[in-house]
Design a protein around this ligand. Sequence first.
Ligand code: SF4
Length: 351
Amino acid sequence: MRVGILDLDSKRERMGHGKTDRFPNLACGKIYGYHKLNGDEIIYPWRGERVDRLYVATIFSWTRPAIERQLPVWERATGEIIIGGTGWDYRSKLPPEIEAVSPRWTYDLYGIDYGIGFTVRGCHVGCSFCVVPRKEGTKEYRVATIGDLVNPRGNHVVLLNNNSFAEDGFFDDVAEIRERGLTVNWNQANDITLLTPAHAAALASVQYRNFNCTKPMLHFACDQMIKRKLDPMTGQVVEYDMLRVVPEKVRMLAETGIPPHHLTFYMLIGFDTTLEEDLARFYMLHDLGCHVYAMMYRDLRGRNGVDGRGRPQGAWVKPLRDWINGHGFRNVPFAEFDRYVRRQQQLRLAL
Ligand code: SF4
């Protein structure tokens, strides 16, 4: 059987660590392993060759229109097309026989020298803007050990867990990372509201790094002004005023030897906050000495330009993202940022 694999999200480039500058697609790795074990011929990356079966995978929902446009072209080259991934249908799952394949085949397919994957799935927080609780459930559960993910070619591991602190095995993972002498990147934003002195000490006991393993880095989220969720210990709804909680937790980390400049906060904008609230979150994090990465909200169907209620996003959202992520804040206040000023002028002319 001749099989094609088309991974729409990962590029093959050398970026200092392995051959990809984006995440390898773990499902594609397992599909590759499954067909290798079956003795099939695999064409990756697929570029239109004639195959018996084509797998198309995407993580991001904004690829959907392009997939729909390309589908008739792909159909002419293949006997069967299987499209999957969160970006296409968040309910899509690999068949059990492919899911059971070792994640290490991913390392062969992408030619990478670091381990990557999940030890924990699910998230109890249930943010309405996030697909994880719908896709993986509202309770954290263990799916692998650190040892399962280690790549024999290297000692760096990238963890994609969505809420590591909420699962009891967090401390076991940390102990194994330490004992194996690994560097680790907790790639998804950890939930800072769950941080205790024990979590902080555990984080400080390992070599935490960014994705490319070039510098010390931990990622957290500061997505809303008030974070509401069910407390995993009591089952009661609790609210966290992030302008108060984040500085407390950053101090807690500093007391264990993790300085603020080792922290990057992902900050969602364009969902349910005003410009004043966005600037308040940004300056709170910036003044603490942390890095900030602004992320523009897209709805779960991949539409951009709308807020959490489906209304047009505020005119500041895109310029604010550029001002933060492009470090424009080092030169001018946001009110004087040229892209924001131009946007204001365009709006005035349109009235
Ligand atoms: S805490 Fe993170 S993973 Fe969990 S629901 Fe919210 S955004 Fe999603």
